[in-house]
Design a protein around this ligand. Structure first.
Ligand code: AP5
Length: 242
């Protein structure tokens, strides 16, 4: 479906356990609708890499697989949402992760779009990707990422053509620091205890769509695209061919 890219797509949130495929699907949604992926995990890792004050505070917490304190994440998100590339919409990947973060986001959007005729379109549309526990383990232990372009691979499920190297730019692939067995267990626990209730928060709004993420990447993408387009009245969206 060809289309212009001037329409507002609004706020899309991807919810799901570590390894559910949020990053993988966010990149595809971003390419299709021409809106940015905002991954709080990536923003935090970039701060850790640069050795900022925030990065120093967050680094050890992330290394243990726990959630970093809300106030550290709020600054990152509000600053990122102010950038010009978010004017038509954005995909939040890894945020909100607690009901408190969801409430904070609602307040931010309410404030930003109060009295606006476009207010309805900015209310988050939430896609929850559900994946079985054993599949999550396989995905996280096998994940490899390109440090240059961010493409995500999996040695078991989505291997690159040449073992250890990115198909797109030839960079040597890396293993994420928190993809060790011990930290994966802690991240999955944090998801169960702190993040799972976020779905309940959005269920009440009638804007929560759940997709079975155990299937191949293309199938999952197709279902997510059609949900987004149904939701946002496809004829009103500027959509690029998949
Ligand atoms: P974050 O970076 O958000 O990590 P996460 O939520 O643990 O999620 P992942 O990135 O591990 O998984 P994903 O769902 O994106 O899966 P992916 O597409 O890569 O957070 C890291 C840390 O930062 C947190 O632990 C916390 O400390 C901190 N943090 C971040 N946000 C925060 C917040 N809001 N508040 C507080 N703290 C925060 O796919 C995984 C693998 O599966 C890949 O190998 C991929 O190739 C493969 N794959 C994907 N889909 C499929 C498929 N359909 N079939 C087969 N393989 C697939």
């Amino acid at each position: 479906m060809a289309g212009e890219t001037s329409r507002i797509i609004g706020s899309i949130i991807l919810l799901g356990a570590p390894g559910a495929g949020k990053g993988t699907q966010a990149k595809r949604i971003s390419a299709r609708y021409g809106i940015p992926q905002i991954s709080t995990g990536d923003l935090l890792r970039e701060n850790v890499r640069q050795g900022t004050e925030l990065g120093k505070m967050a680094g050890s917490i992330m290394a243990r697989g726990e959630l970093v304190p809300d106030d550290l994440v709020y600054g990152l998100v509000s600053e990122r949402l102010r950038l010009a590339d978010c004017q038509r919409g954005y995909i939040l990947d890894g945020f909100p992760r607690t009901p408190a973060q969801a409430g904070w986001l609602d307040a931010l959007l309410e404030d930003k779009f109060f009295d606006s005729s476009e207010r309805e379109v900015w209310r988050p549309f939430v896609v929850r990707i559900e994946v079985d526990y054993n599949e999550l383990l396989l995905r996280l232990t096998g994940r490899r990422t390109c440090p240059t372009c961010g493409t995500i691979y999996n040695v078991h499920l989505q291997p690159p053509r040449k073992n250890g190297f990115c198909d797109k730019d030839g960079s040597q692939l890396v293993v994420r620091a928190d993809d060790s067995d011990e930290v994966i267990a802690e991240r999955l626990n944090a998801y169960d205890v702190q993040t799972r209730p976020v779905a309940g928060y959005y269920e009440r709004t009638g804007r929560l769509f759940t997709v079975d993420g155990n299937r191949p990447v293309d199938e999952v993408s197709r279902e997510i695209f059609s949900a987004i387009e149904r939701h946002a009245r496809v004829d009103a969206l500027g959509v690029k061919d998949a």
